[in-house]
Write a protein that binds this ligand. Structure first.
Ligand code: UGY
Ligand code: MN
Length: 253
């Protein structure tokens, strides 16, 4: 008998407090309280060194939350990778299809329901909101990435950036989608205080993390901790695209 192929090696790299690459083939499913008919992989949490929690979730038909997610100072975000999802915030129902998302501010919470006949694949995110005296609280945002404008990124013609949330000071985080045509790259290797939780939606590339070039591809999750060097270039035949979080608009204490 030979060893299963996936037992011999893993592409996962975990550098606690610094950065991590978590490929889909190593993900383990968990059940969470108050999430019915859902399987969840927790891909970032304070145990890794992240200041936020991020999940990949599969919600079966009739799956739902039985207790509101977020609130009491915790802001939340959900993005539909596949399928459809109803999100209820403050009595309003938002009907999302693929590419749809809802940001829920820290004073409110969200209920999730899959009322469709197929499974919904979701990215879920939560973090503690940082209020600032004199700056108003953020508000509910619902949209679909297909409605948003993609702008040229840092003068690089084959790279585009989409902002999913307002750039207003009320928001202490944003979600973005960066898309690199094959051969496209960052203009330089970044070093910055902000963290990212990045999920690769398509394509493949070579990612520089902590000054090491590492192959990555669709389905990988990358956590980039504060001040970790980072940049990518896309290879292959389809665009390399990822959705990523970024903290912003706050003066560190
Ligand atoms: O917004 C960013 O900092 C982004 N350019 N970082 C990254 O793609 N690793
Ligand atoms: Mn960055």
């Amino acid at each position: 008998m030979s060893y299963p192929k996936d037992l011999l090696s893993t592409r996962a790299i975990i550098e606690h407090g610094r950065y991590a690459i978590i490929p889909p083939e190593g993900l383990v499913n968990n059940k969470l309280p108050y999430f019915e008919k859902c399987t969840t992989s927790i891909i970032a949490s304070p145990k890794l060194g992240a200041s936020f929690v991020q999940y990949l979730m599969n919600m079966e038909p009739e799956g739902k939350t039985t207790k509101p997610f977020g609130g009491n100072g915790i802001e939340t975000f959900v993005f539909v990778r596949e399928g459809a999802l109803d999100v209820i915030v403050d009595g309003t129902k938002y009907e999302l299809s693929k590419g749809g998302y809802v940001y829920c501010p820290p004073q409110l919470s969200m209920l999730l329901e899959n009322n469709s006949s197929s499974s919904a694949k979701l990215i879920l995110y939560k973090q503690r909101y940082i209020p600032v005296e004199g700056i108003p609280e953020p508000w509910v945002v619902c949209n679909n990435i297909n409605n948003l404008e993609a702008n040229i990124y840092e003068g690089m013609e084959d790279v585009t950036l989409i902002d999913l949330l307002p750039t207003n000071m009320a928001f202490d985080m944003n979600m973005h989608i960066l898309t690199f045509q094959p051969g496209g790259s960052h203009p330089f290797i970044e070093t910055h205080v902000q963290e990212h939780g990045a999920y690769l939606l398509s394509g493949e590339g070579i990612y520089n993390l902590d000054n090491k070039w590492i192959p990555v591809k669709k389905g990988d999750f990358i956590w980039m901790g504060p001040f970790i060097q980072q940049a990518t270039y896309a290879v292959g035949h389809e665009p390399l695209s990822y959705i990523y979080s970024k903290d912003c608009n706050r003066d560190p204490e």
